[in-house]
Design a binder for this molecule. Sequence first.
Ligand code: SF4
Ligand code: SF4
Length: 397
Amino acid sequence: MNQMKIEEVKDRVHRCVGCSQCFGRGPYLPFADGHLTVDTWTCPTLEYYKLFSNTARSKAYFAREVAHGKLELNEELAKIFFSCPDCGCCDLLCPPIPHMYASRAMKRELLHKGFAPKGSIELNKKIQAKYNLFDSPNANRSKWAEGLHLPRKGEILYFAGCYASFRQINTALSMVSLLRKGGINPAYLAEEEWCCGLHPGFSGDPELERTMARHNVKAIEETGAKTVVISCANCYRTFFGDYPALLGKLPFKVVHAVEILPDLMKSGKIKLTPKAKSRVTLHDPCHFGKQHIGRNHNLYDETREIIKYLPKVDFVEMQNTGRWSACCGGGNSVTSTITPEFTDYHSRKRCLEAKKAADVLLTPCVRCVENLSRSARKHGIDIEVRGLIEFVAEMAE
Ligand code: SF4
Ligand code: SF4
Protein backbone atom coordinates (compact mmCIF):
# COMPACT_ATOMS: atom_id res chain seq x y z
CA MET A 1 0.00 0.00 0.00
CA ASN A 2 2.90 2.39 0.55
CA GLN A 3 3.44 2.30 -3.19
CA MET A 4 0.04 3.81 -3.93
CA LYS A 5 -0.20 6.31 -6.73
CA ILE A 6 -2.49 9.30 -6.53
CA GLU A 7 -5.15 7.66 -8.72
CA GLU A 8 -5.15 4.68 -6.36
CA VAL A 9 -5.94 6.76 -3.27
CA LYS A 10 -8.88 8.59 -4.79
CA ASP A 11 -11.40 6.01 -3.60
CA ARG A 12 -10.03 6.31 -0.09
CA VAL A 13 -9.57 10.05 0.37
CA HIS A 14 -13.15 10.80 -0.69
CA ARG A 15 -14.32 9.07 2.50
CA CYS A 16 -13.61 12.14 4.63
CA VAL A 17 -16.75 13.24 6.48
CA GLY A 18 -15.19 16.42 7.86
CA CYS A 19 -15.45 15.30 11.49
CA SER A 20 -12.11 16.92 12.54
CA GLN A 21 -10.99 13.94 14.59
CA CYS A 22 -7.69 13.84 12.71
CA PHE A 23 -6.56 16.98 14.51
CA GLY A 24 -8.07 16.17 17.89
CA ARG A 25 -11.24 18.19 17.62
CA GLY A 26 -13.73 15.54 16.54
CA PRO A 27 -16.77 14.11 18.30
CA TYR A 28 -15.01 10.89 19.19
CA LEU A 29 -11.83 11.30 21.19
CA PRO A 30 -10.31 7.94 21.95
CA PHE A 31 -8.09 9.33 24.69
CA ALA A 32 -9.00 6.47 26.95
CA ASP A 33 -5.69 5.97 28.73
CA GLY A 34 -6.20 8.97 30.98
CA HIS A 35 -2.94 10.60 29.99
CA LEU A 36 -4.12 12.65 27.08
CA THR A 37 -6.76 15.31 26.97
CA VAL A 38 -8.15 17.32 24.13
CA ASP A 39 -6.35 20.34 25.57
CA THR A 40 -2.95 18.76 25.28
CA TRP A 41 -2.98 17.18 21.86
CA THR A 42 -3.47 18.46 18.38
CA CYS A 43 -1.89 17.86 15.00
CA PRO A 44 1.76 19.06 15.22
CA THR A 45 1.63 20.93 11.91
CA LEU A 46 -1.66 22.64 12.79
CA GLU A 47 -0.23 23.64 16.15
CA TYR A 48 2.92 25.11 14.63
CA TYR A 49 1.62 26.77 11.45
CA LYS A 50 -1.90 27.56 12.75
CA LEU A 51 -3.31 26.82 9.32
CA PHE A 52 -6.15 24.40 8.73
CA SER A 53 -4.69 23.68 5.32
CA ASN A 54 -2.05 21.63 7.17
CA THR A 55 -4.49 19.20 8.78
CA ALA A 56 -5.11 15.70 7.49
CA ARG A 57 -8.70 16.71 6.76
CA SER A 58 -7.53 19.40 4.33
CA LYS A 59 -4.85 17.16 2.85
CA ALA A 60 -7.42 14.44 2.16
CA TYR A 61 -9.47 17.07 0.34
CA PHE A 62 -6.48 18.29 -1.69
CA ALA A 63 -5.50 14.72 -2.59
CA ARG A 64 -9.06 14.02 -3.71
CA GLU A 65 -9.17 17.11 -5.88
CA VAL A 66 -5.79 16.30 -7.44
CA ALA A 67 -6.79 12.68 -8.01
CA HIS A 68 -9.95 13.80 -9.81
CA GLY A 69 -8.05 16.32 -11.92
CA LYS A 70 -9.77 19.32 -10.31
CA LEU A 71 -6.69 20.83 -8.71
CA GLU A 72 -3.29 21.44 -10.29
CA LEU A 73 -0.19 20.66 -8.27
CA ASN A 74 1.61 23.77 -7.10
CA GLU A 75 4.22 25.05 -4.66
CA GLU A 76 1.68 25.80 -1.94
CA LEU A 77 0.57 22.18 -1.95
CA ALA A 78 4.22 21.07 -1.80
CA LYS A 79 4.76 23.25 1.30
CA ILE A 80 1.71 21.73 2.97
CA PHE A 81 2.57 18.11 2.25
CA PHE A 82 6.30 18.38 2.93
CA SER A 83 5.88 20.30 6.20
CA CYS A 84 4.29 17.31 7.94
CA PRO A 85 6.53 15.04 10.04
CA ASP A 86 4.24 12.07 9.26
CA CYS A 87 3.81 11.43 12.96
CA GLY A 88 0.83 9.22 12.16
CA CYS A 89 -1.63 10.50 14.77
CA CYS A 90 -4.15 11.34 12.06
CA ASP A 91 -3.87 7.74 10.86
CA LEU A 92 -4.86 6.57 14.32
CA LEU A 93 -7.66 9.05 14.74
CA CYS A 94 -9.26 8.73 11.32
CA PRO A 95 -10.70 5.28 10.71
CA PRO A 96 -11.53 5.53 7.00
CA ILE A 97 -8.40 7.08 5.46
CA PRO A 98 -4.80 5.80 5.35
CA HIS A 99 -3.34 9.30 5.61
CA MET A 100 0.32 8.32 5.59
CA TYR A 101 -0.07 6.54 2.27
CA ALA A 102 -2.23 9.25 0.76
CA SER A 103 0.45 11.74 1.80
CA ARG A 104 3.19 9.63 0.21
CA ALA A 105 1.17 9.38 -2.98
CA MET A 106 0.83 13.17 -3.10
CA LYS A 107 4.53 13.70 -2.41
CA ARG A 108 5.33 11.29 -5.22
CA GLU A 109 3.25 13.40 -7.62
CA LEU A 110 4.77 16.62 -6.32
CA LEU A 111 8.29 15.24 -6.73
CA HIS A 112 7.65 14.03 -10.26
CA LYS A 113 6.16 17.35 -11.28
CA GLY A 114 9.15 19.28 -9.88
CA PHE A 115 7.53 20.78 -6.77
CA ALA A 116 9.38 18.87 -4.02
CA PRO A 117 11.52 21.11 -1.80
CA LYS A 118 15.18 21.40 -2.78
CA GLY A 119 16.41 20.15 0.62
CA SER A 120 14.46 16.93 0.28
CA ILE A 121 15.66 16.30 -3.28
CA GLU A 122 19.27 16.97 -2.30
CA LEU A 123 19.08 14.57 0.62
CA ASN A 124 17.81 11.84 -1.68
CA LYS A 125 20.65 12.56 -4.12
CA LYS A 126 23.17 12.10 -1.30
CA ILE A 127 21.54 8.83 -0.30
CA GLN A 128 21.63 7.65 -3.90
CA ALA A 129 25.28 8.59 -4.35
CA LYS A 130 26.75 7.58 -0.98
CA TYR A 131 24.17 5.26 0.58
CA ASN A 132 23.89 7.25 3.78
CA LEU A 133 22.20 10.38 5.11
CA PHE A 134 25.39 12.28 5.89
CA ASP A 135 27.16 12.71 2.56
CA SER A 136 30.12 10.72 3.83
CA PRO A 137 31.92 7.88 2.02
CA ASN A 138 30.00 4.81 3.09
CA ALA A 139 33.26 3.13 4.15
CA ASN A 140 33.16 5.50 7.15
CA ARG A 141 29.95 3.87 8.27
CA SER A 142 31.77 1.09 10.07
CA LYS A 143 34.39 3.19 11.87
CA TRP A 144 32.50 2.83 15.13
CA ALA A 145 33.03 -0.95 14.93
CA GLU A 146 36.83 -0.82 14.51
CA GLY A 147 38.48 -3.28 16.86
CA LEU A 148 35.23 -5.10 17.67
CA HIS A 149 35.93 -7.87 15.11
CA LEU A 150 32.27 -8.35 14.32
CA PRO A 151 31.78 -11.32 11.97
CA ARG A 152 30.28 -10.81 8.51
CA LYS A 153 28.16 -13.96 8.75
CA GLY A 154 25.92 -15.28 11.50
CA GLU A 155 22.36 -16.18 12.55
CA ILE A 156 21.74 -12.82 14.20
CA LEU A 157 22.76 -9.61 12.47
CA TYR A 158 22.91 -6.08 13.87
CA PHE A 159 21.75 -3.34 11.48
CA ALA A 160 23.05 -0.07 12.97
CA GLY A 161 21.53 2.45 10.52
CA CYS A 162 22.90 5.87 9.53
CA TYR A 163 22.37 7.73 12.81
CA ALA A 164 23.99 5.14 15.09
CA SER A 165 26.83 4.63 12.58
CA PHE A 166 27.77 8.27 12.02
CA ARG A 167 26.35 10.39 14.83
CA GLN A 168 25.11 8.37 17.82
CA ILE A 169 27.85 5.75 17.86
CA ASN A 170 27.40 5.07 21.57
CA THR A 171 24.09 3.47 20.69
CA ALA A 172 25.81 1.09 18.26
CA LEU A 173 28.61 0.31 20.73
CA SER A 174 26.09 -0.22 23.56
CA MET A 175 23.97 -2.49 21.39
CA VAL A 176 26.88 -4.77 20.52
CA SER A 177 28.05 -4.78 24.13
CA LEU A 178 24.59 -5.79 25.38
CA LEU A 179 24.18 -8.48 22.74
CA ARG A 180 27.58 -9.93 23.59
CA LYS A 181 26.79 -9.91 27.30
CA GLY A 182 23.61 -11.74 26.37
CA GLY A 183 25.67 -14.42 24.59
CA ILE A 184 25.12 -13.14 21.04
CA ASN A 185 28.03 -12.11 18.83
CA PRO A 186 26.12 -10.37 16.04
CA ALA A 187 27.06 -10.36 12.39
CA TYR A 188 27.50 -6.92 10.82
CA LEU A 189 27.42 -5.68 7.21
CA ALA A 190 29.94 -2.82 7.67
CA GLU A 191 30.10 -0.76 4.42
CA GLU A 192 27.63 -3.15 2.79
CA GLU A 193 25.00 -1.67 5.10
CA TRP A 194 23.12 1.10 3.24
CA CYS A 195 20.64 3.71 4.43
CA CYS A 196 17.33 1.96 5.15
CA GLY A 197 15.56 4.28 2.71
CA LEU A 198 13.05 5.87 5.07
CA HIS A 199 13.58 9.38 3.76
CA PRO A 200 13.07 8.49 0.09
CA GLY A 201 10.00 6.49 1.08
CA PHE A 202 8.41 9.37 2.93
CA SER A 203 9.44 12.02 0.42
CA GLY A 204 7.84 10.60 -2.69
CA ASP A 205 10.69 8.50 -4.08
CA PRO A 206 9.67 4.87 -3.54
CA GLU A 207 12.00 3.79 -6.37
CA LEU A 208 15.03 4.93 -4.37
CA GLU A 209 13.62 3.36 -1.21
CA ARG A 210 13.25 0.09 -3.15
CA THR A 211 16.88 0.30 -4.33
CA MET A 212 18.02 0.63 -0.71
CA ALA A 213 15.68 -2.16 0.39
CA ARG A 214 16.85 -4.56 -2.35
CA HIS A 215 20.49 -4.00 -1.54
CA ASN A 216 20.09 -4.38 2.23
CA VAL A 217 17.91 -7.48 1.97
CA LYS A 218 20.31 -9.18 -0.49
CA ALA A 219 23.37 -8.30 1.61
CA ILE A 220 21.71 -9.61 4.77
CA GLU A 221 20.56 -12.77 3.01
CA GLU A 222 24.19 -13.48 2.02
CA THR A 223 25.23 -13.44 5.69
CA GLY A 224 22.81 -16.27 6.47
CA ALA A 225 21.11 -14.17 9.15
CA LYS A 226 17.72 -15.36 10.34
CA THR A 227 17.10 -12.37 12.63
CA VAL A 228 17.98 -8.71 12.14
CA VAL A 229 18.28 -6.61 15.29
CA ILE A 230 17.72 -2.87 14.87
CA SER A 231 18.35 -0.07 17.37
CA CYS A 232 16.70 2.79 15.44
CA ALA A 233 12.94 3.33 15.35
CA ASN A 234 13.16 4.72 11.80
CA CYS A 235 15.08 1.75 10.36
CA TYR A 236 12.73 -0.57 12.26
CA ARG A 237 9.66 1.01 10.68
CA THR A 238 11.21 0.81 7.23
CA PHE A 239 12.31 -2.81 7.53
CA PHE A 240 9.16 -3.96 9.29
CA GLY A 241 6.56 -1.91 7.47
CA ASP A 242 7.93 -0.92 4.08
CA TYR A 243 10.32 -3.65 2.96
CA PRO A 244 7.66 -6.41 2.84
CA ALA A 245 5.36 -4.04 0.95
CA LEU A 246 8.15 -3.28 -1.52
CA LEU A 247 9.74 -6.71 -1.88
CA GLY A 248 7.35 -9.30 -0.45
CA LYS A 249 8.01 -11.52 2.57
CA LEU A 250 11.51 -11.04 3.94
CA PRO A 251 13.83 -14.05 4.35
CA PHE A 252 14.58 -13.04 7.95
CA LYS A 253 12.82 -11.78 11.06
CA VAL A 254 13.08 -8.10 11.99
CA VAL A 255 13.17 -7.07 15.66
CA HIS A 256 13.91 -3.84 17.45
CA ALA A 257 16.33 -4.05 20.39
CA VAL A 258 13.46 -3.50 22.82
CA GLU A 259 12.00 -6.83 21.74
CA ILE A 260 15.02 -8.91 22.70
CA LEU A 261 16.51 -7.06 25.67
CA PRO A 262 13.73 -7.93 28.17
CA ASP A 263 14.37 -11.69 27.77
CA LEU A 264 18.13 -11.26 28.10
CA MET A 265 17.59 -9.23 31.28
CA LYS A 266 14.94 -11.54 32.71
CA SER A 267 17.05 -14.65 32.15
CA GLY A 268 19.96 -13.03 34.00
CA LYS A 269 22.24 -13.13 30.94
CA ILE A 270 22.47 -9.37 31.20
CA LYS A 271 23.14 -8.53 34.83
CA LEU A 272 22.60 -5.00 36.01
CA THR A 273 24.42 -3.05 38.70
CA PRO A 274 22.42 -0.24 40.29
CA LYS A 275 23.68 3.28 39.72
CA ALA A 276 22.57 6.39 41.55
CA LYS A 277 18.81 6.50 42.03
CA SER A 278 17.07 8.22 39.17
CA ARG A 279 13.59 9.27 38.14
CA VAL A 280 13.03 8.59 34.47
CA THR A 281 10.33 9.10 31.90
CA LEU A 282 9.95 7.80 28.37
CA HIS A 283 9.42 9.31 24.92
CA ASP A 284 7.77 6.80 22.57
CA PRO A 285 8.89 7.32 18.96
CA CYS A 286 6.12 7.78 16.38
CA HIS A 287 7.50 4.79 14.47
CA PHE A 288 6.73 2.46 17.38
CA GLY A 289 3.04 2.18 16.70
CA LYS A 290 1.24 5.24 15.40
CA GLN A 291 1.86 4.83 11.74
CA HIS A 292 -0.06 2.59 9.46
CA ILE A 293 2.18 -0.49 9.57
CA GLY A 294 -0.54 -2.47 11.25
CA ARG A 295 -2.75 -0.62 13.65
CA ASN A 296 -2.35 -3.18 16.39
CA HIS A 297 1.40 -3.42 16.04
CA ASN A 298 3.29 -1.46 18.64
CA LEU A 299 6.30 -1.81 20.96
CA TYR A 300 5.12 0.19 23.97
CA ASP A 301 4.92 -2.69 26.47
CA GLU A 302 8.32 -4.10 25.46
CA THR A 303 9.97 -0.72 26.01
CA ARG A 304 8.44 -0.37 29.47
CA GLU A 305 9.40 -3.92 30.40
CA ILE A 306 13.07 -3.00 29.98
CA ILE A 307 12.67 -0.10 32.38
CA LYS A 308 10.99 -2.39 34.92
CA TYR A 309 14.24 -4.38 35.18
CA LEU A 310 16.44 -1.35 35.81
CA PRO A 311 17.47 -1.21 39.48
CA LYS A 312 16.98 1.99 41.48
CA VAL A 313 15.03 3.61 38.69
CA ASP A 314 11.65 5.23 39.32
CA PHE A 315 9.55 5.40 36.21
CA VAL A 316 6.95 8.08 35.66
CA GLU A 317 4.88 8.34 32.49
CA MET A 318 4.64 11.64 30.67
CA GLN A 319 1.19 13.04 30.08
CA ASN A 320 1.23 12.22 26.36
CA THR A 321 2.42 8.67 26.12
CA GLY A 322 2.27 5.45 24.11
CA ARG A 323 0.37 5.92 20.87
CA TRP A 324 -0.58 9.43 21.99
CA SER A 325 3.03 10.36 22.56
CA ALA A 326 3.79 13.72 20.95
CA CYS A 327 6.15 13.78 17.97
CA CYS A 328 9.71 15.09 18.61
CA GLY A 329 9.16 17.10 15.43
CA GLY A 330 11.89 15.47 13.38
CA GLY A 331 9.87 12.86 11.53
CA ASN A 332 11.22 11.31 8.35
CA SER A 333 14.04 13.86 7.79
CA VAL A 334 11.79 16.11 5.76
CA THR A 335 10.93 18.47 8.58
CA SER A 336 14.30 18.31 10.31
CA THR A 337 16.09 18.95 7.00
CA ILE A 338 13.88 21.70 5.64
CA THR A 339 12.35 23.31 8.71
CA PRO A 340 14.63 22.73 11.72
CA GLU A 341 12.71 25.41 13.63
CA PHE A 342 9.61 23.19 13.44
CA THR A 343 11.57 20.28 14.87
CA ASP A 344 13.01 22.46 17.62
CA TYR A 345 9.56 23.78 18.58
CA HIS A 346 8.22 20.25 19.15
CA SER A 347 11.38 18.86 20.75
CA ARG A 348 11.46 21.75 23.21
CA LYS A 349 7.81 21.20 24.06
CA ARG A 350 8.44 17.50 24.61
CA CYS A 351 11.44 18.20 26.90
CA LEU A 352 9.37 20.63 28.97
CA GLU A 353 6.67 18.01 29.31
CA ALA A 354 9.26 15.41 30.33
CA LYS A 355 10.71 17.75 32.94
CA LYS A 356 7.34 17.81 34.70
CA ALA A 357 7.61 14.04 35.16
CA ALA A 358 11.30 13.25 35.72
CA ASP A 359 14.96 14.23 35.55
CA VAL A 360 15.95 11.76 32.84
CA LEU A 361 14.18 11.42 29.49
CA LEU A 362 14.78 8.05 27.84
CA THR A 363 13.89 7.11 24.29
CA PRO A 364 14.60 4.01 22.20
CA CYS A 365 15.19 6.02 18.99
CA VAL A 366 18.57 7.46 17.96
CA ARG A 367 16.98 10.28 15.99
CA CYS A 368 14.61 11.33 18.76
CA VAL A 369 17.62 11.42 21.13
CA GLU A 370 19.38 13.81 18.82
CA ASN A 371 16.41 16.15 18.34
CA LEU A 372 15.40 16.17 22.00
CA SER A 373 18.89 16.64 23.42
CA ARG A 374 19.64 19.46 20.96
CA SER A 375 16.54 21.35 22.08
CA ALA A 376 17.17 20.67 25.79
CA ARG A 377 20.66 22.18 25.40
CA LYS A 378 19.52 25.09 23.26
CA HIS A 379 16.74 26.14 25.63
CA GLY A 380 18.57 25.34 28.87
CA ILE A 381 15.99 22.75 29.95
CA ASP A 382 17.33 20.80 32.91
CA ILE A 383 16.58 17.30 31.67
CA GLU A 384 19.07 14.58 30.80
CA VAL A 385 18.11 13.08 27.43
CA ARG A 386 19.44 9.55 27.00
CA GLY A 387 19.12 6.70 24.56
CA LEU A 388 17.46 3.76 26.32
CA ILE A 389 19.97 1.24 24.95
CA GLU A 390 22.94 3.27 26.18
CA PHE A 391 21.29 3.78 29.55
CA VAL A 392 20.87 0.01 29.97
CA ALA A 393 24.41 -0.73 28.74
CA GLU A 394 25.90 1.59 31.37
CA MET A 395 24.29 -0.54 34.09
CA ALA A 396 25.22 -3.88 32.57
CA GLU A 397 28.01 -5.79 34.35
S1 SF4 B 1 -9.71 13.09 7.49
FE1 SF4 B 1 -10.73 11.52 8.74
S2 SF4 B 1 -10.71 12.28 10.85
FE2 SF4 B 1 -10.16 14.01 9.49
S3 SF4 B 1 -12.09 15.05 9.13
FE3 SF4 B 1 -11.87 13.56 7.49
S4 SF4 B 1 -12.91 11.68 8.21
FE4 SF4 B 1 -12.63 13.03 9.98
S1 SF4 C 1 0.95 13.06 10.37
FE1 SF4 C 1 0.87 14.20 12.31
S2 SF4 C 1 1.54 16.25 11.77
FE2 SF4 C 1 0.99 15.26 9.86
S3 SF4 C 1 -1.17 15.80 9.49
FE3 SF4 C 1 -1.15 13.83 10.59
S4 SF4 C 1 -1.33 14.39 12.79
FE4 SF4 C 1 -0.72 16.24 11.64
